[in-house]
Design a protein around this ligand. Structure first.
Ligand SMILES: [Zn+2]
Length: 296
C-alpha cells in the first residue's frame, strides 16, 4: 500500500485500519504512517500486517476475526512465511567411510562419515535448504577437548570437503562451536576443582572456544555457532576471529539454552552420554533468558 502525505493515500490507511477497528482516531493512523513508513526510491509503503496493531479498541468495535475471513485476507496480513531457505539442517559427522548410522531418537537423522555427509548436503542443496549446522564426533576425546580445535578435526575436515564441492555453494556452512563433544568428561570445557566442587572452568574455556572458532573459520565455516553457554565466549570469539582475519565471519550464539530433556536426542546424535550439561543451562524463566540474550 502506498502511503504519502496527500489525502487520497491517507484514506488507504484509514481503510486498512478500519478493517480491524471501525473507529480509529485520525491522530492514531497518522502516527502509524510515520512509524511504519518504508521508503523505496521515493515511494512510501505500509505493510498491512502492521496497521491493525494500532488503534486498540474493544469488542464489538474491534473484531479481529474480520481479517481472518478468507485465505486472501489472511495472506494479506500474514507476517510469517516459512521457506526451505530459512531452515538449517544439522549434520552429525563421524569418522570412517560409508558410515550412515541411524540416530534412534531422531528418525531419518544419521551419524554420517564425511563422504556420506557430502551426499546428504547435496540433497539439502537440491531442496533449497538454507544452511547446514555441523556437529562432530571425534575419533578420540581428552580432558581439554583438543579435537575441537585440531586443524584435522572431524568438523574441520568435513568443512573442507563440503566447501570443495561446487554443487553445495548455496548452503551456508555453520559450525557448532563447543568442546563437550570432544572432552572425555562431556562438559563444555576443562574442569576445575574436586568432588562436589568440580565444575567447568569458565575462563579457561574461553581461549579454547576462540581457538576452535578460528580453526573452523580457517576450514571454511561461514558462521560459527557457540553452544557452550560460557560467560564471555562471544567477546572472546569475536576478538580471536578479528585478529585472525575473519572480521566478516558472523557468530550465531545459542544465547539461552534451558536445562531440558529436549536436548536428549541431540545428545544421542552426538553419542554423548556422560555429563548432561545442566550446570551451564538456564532454569526456566524469561528473566534469566533475557539476561543471557543481553550478555551475548
Ligand atoms: Zn557443549
Amino acid at each position: 500500500m502506498v502511503v504519502a502525505e496527500d489525502n487520497q493515500q491517507e484514506t488507504v490507511i484509514t481503510q486498512i485500519v478500519s478493517s480491524s477497528s471501525a473507529c480509529v482516531p485520525r491522530s492514531n493512523y497518522k502516527r502509524i504512517a510515520t512509524r511504519n513508513r518504508l521508503r523505496f526510491g521515493g515511494a512510501c509503503f505500509l505493510t498491512v500486517a502492521e496497521a491493525p496493531y494500532n488503534g486498540a479498541m474493544h469488542f464489538p468495535v474491534t473484531r479481529l476475526r474480520r481479517l481472518r475471513r478468507t485465505e486472501a485476507m489472511r495472506s494479506l496480513v500474514r507476517e510469517t512465511y516459512l521457506q526451505p531457505s530459512q531452515l538449517i539442517y544439522p549434520l552429525f559427522l563421524c569418522p570412517g567411510e560409508g558410515v550412515r548410522k541411524p540416530i534412534g531418537s531422531m528418525p531419518g537423522v544419521f551419524n554420517l562419515s564425511i563422504d556420506e555427509a557430502v551426499k546428504e548436503a547435496a540433497a539439502c542443496a537440491r531442496l533449497g535448504i538454507g544452511g547446514l549446522l555441523l556437529f562432530g564426533l571425534p575419533e578420540a576425546k581428552d580432558a581439554s577437548g583438543s579435537g575441537a580445535y585440531a586443524d584435522d578435526g572431524i568438523v574441520q575436515r568435513g568443512l573442507r570437503a563440503l566447501k570443495a564441492d561446487a554443487a553445495l555453494k548455496s548452503l551456508v556452512m555453520i559450525a557448532d562451536t563447543c568442546l563437550c563433544e570432544y572432552t572425555s568428561h562431556g562438559h563444555c570445557g576443562p574442569l576445575a576443582g574436586e568432588g562436589a566442587d568440580c565444575t567447568v572452568d569458565n575462563d579457561a574455556t574461553l581461549p579454547l572456544l576462540a581457538k576452535t572458532a578460528v580453526s573452523q573459520a580457517q576450514a571454511g565455516a561461514d558462521i560459527v555457532a557457540p553452544s557452550d553457554m560460557m560467560d564471555g565466549r562471544v567477546g572472546a570469539i569475536r576478538e580471536a576471529l578479528d585478529e585472525a582475519g575473519f572480521a566478516e565471519t558472523p557468530i550465531l550464539s545459542y544465547a539461552a539454552k534451558f536445562a531440558s530433556a529436549f536436548y536428549g536426542p541431540f545428545r544421542e546424535g552426538r553419542r554423548f552420554h556422560t555429563a548432561d550439561g545442566r550446570p551451564s543451562r538456564l532454569p526456566d524463566g524469561l528473566g534469566e533468558s533475557a539476561r543471557s540474550d543481553a550478555r551475548d
